[in-house]
Design a protein. Sequence first.
Length: 677
Amino acid sequence: ADEGYKLWLEYNKIADRPAAAVYKQQLKYMIFPAESDQLKAAKAELIKGLEGMLSMHPADTKSITGGQTIIIGTTQSLKGLAVIVPDSIGNQGYLIKTALINQKKCILITAKTDVGVLYGVFNFLKLLQTRQPINKLNIADRPRIMYRVLDHWDNLNRTVERGYAGSSIWNWHRLPGIIDQRYIDYARANASVGINGSVINNVNADALILSPQYLTKIQALANVFRVYGIKLYLSVKFSSPVELGHLKTADPLNDDVRKWWADKIDEIYRYIPDFGGFLVKANSEGQPGPQTYGRTHADGANMLADALAPHHGIVMWRAFVYDNNVPDDRSKQAYNEFKPFDGKFKDNVIIQVKNGPIDFQPREPFHPLFGAMPNTALMMEFQLTQEYLGFSTHLVYEAPLFAETLQSDTYTAGKGSTVSRILQGSFNKKLITGMAGVANIGTDLNWCGHPFAQANWYAFGRMAWNPDQSSSAIAGDWLKMTFTNDAGFVSSIKKVMLQSRENTVNYMTPLGLHHIMGVSTHYGPGPWVDNAGRPDWNATYYHKADSAGIGFNRTGTGSNALSQYAQPVQLHWENLQTCPDEYLLWFHHLSWTYKMRSGRSLWDELVYHYYMGADSVKQMGLIWDKMQGKIDVERFNQVQQLMKVQLTEATTWRDACVLYFQAFSKMPVGAGYPKPE
Ligand code: GCU
């Protein structure tokens, strides 16, 4: 069985006969001339979807039969039909509407470009997959973000850094001759949610990726991606001119180095004429970068940008930086290194910033760079792979995490300056915009390890398209498309999904705690870690628990990381009256007996959250058990087993953290709580 392989493109048969009959009636005929590869792919997808859901294949026609015809294409491909596409939907948007053409009622899917049509077709299929009526359609949609990119942390030996779903899907040994069906299905899945870029290799990059041997293989992948509107990008190692080009330096201001990159980039474009550009991790975690040669991030990024510009390529330059001079507070470093260069980057450079200032923790406040660089293009980096969220074992639907960051108000241009609006370029129309998700994809039959981890890939795409979409609506669509339209299943499991991230925060890092996981694997609890190799890898550096209390003081009396935020945010979080419990120990060091809003002491509150977190996993399991029979046996069983493991691990997290912190608080665990197991 292949349960899970098809992702949200299951195209399950519509069991409700009358509903299916209504759909079929309206889709009897199609006018869908498809000459280009992208239109051909769109047409093949439409047919695949309709065959799956309705066991039908609309008949190709040239004339419209009122009420029974679907017309699909661009103004050019539909020439002769007088189809008008408004400029407001842009080059990647689409219209799906009930239209009158030649006085006859029909369904029209149209766009300015072939890729817009492809997006329109996927979204039309979604209407059927989620059982929406199609007799009065009027949808105009367009992406709010330009670069919607998956970052694969895939190594050339096919291991995946922080990957928990098997090996890399890129089979270098068999490329370029063998085009695995997976590449095509991967591209279909991405296009279905509007993802239009893929960085195929790890940010901890190997210079070999730029060798001709690899470029031939990469070209074969790009050829597959292109059909689905996806551009291919590469992570590059800053010292490639030395390692691959045998130069003595990789100094970005050195003429030979500049020439080496320019030539290399010309070469890449000979293989891939629509190559997207580079992603660069520089001067971070031991990676080389411009600072290695006494230059700045701007020098490094701009040098590559100059070489890419003639080809319309971009540089995604990461702001995830920290070095060997461990500061008093690692959370401040990216801001300190980048803020001075606001406005200094070339137009085709975009700074890629993680959602929070540390590292993809279960909960972090938004990164202070958002809003701090009004004259610089900034893109979001979310992590889909669950490095700090229980790998592919724990059910954690990440959309609420994404939404929490996206809807955070930075106040940098007054109230309403949300991260979402900054990412959309609302405050500076000249800037390019983007969002990246660190992929959770591997060779596992179901792609992501946990059947529900697929929802994070899906939700990322949806939010990159429109960052203001609701987590709940996305979860509902995903459940219906992936499993079933059974209303009982969808409503119960949607609640489970929406609650799941908070559950995990509760059993791992409640009340603003962070970075207290196991050393290097980042799996399981490790609040005791105090010898991880460098201070800012230690848990103790972050929680600072002692007999007096717990938490990281980032106010003016501490590291003053708060000063990196706009004043209203600063004041809000600095003031204990207004700082939300969620961020309390991120910004404050408080005594164990500190009185919380709930009336409980800080210690009791902490214990309460740990217990609530573990208990919620138990509740989730009970709800899942009731779903037996509503979906296929295979995925039902798989999720049930995963939930049992998750419960064991949540309990371990709870007990380990409560017992560890209790050694400092010396306070009892309340009588109402079960004893640690
Ligand atoms: C985390 C992760 C690393 C990764 C790094 C990055 O630190 O543990 O494996 O390389 O992030 O984002 O560059």
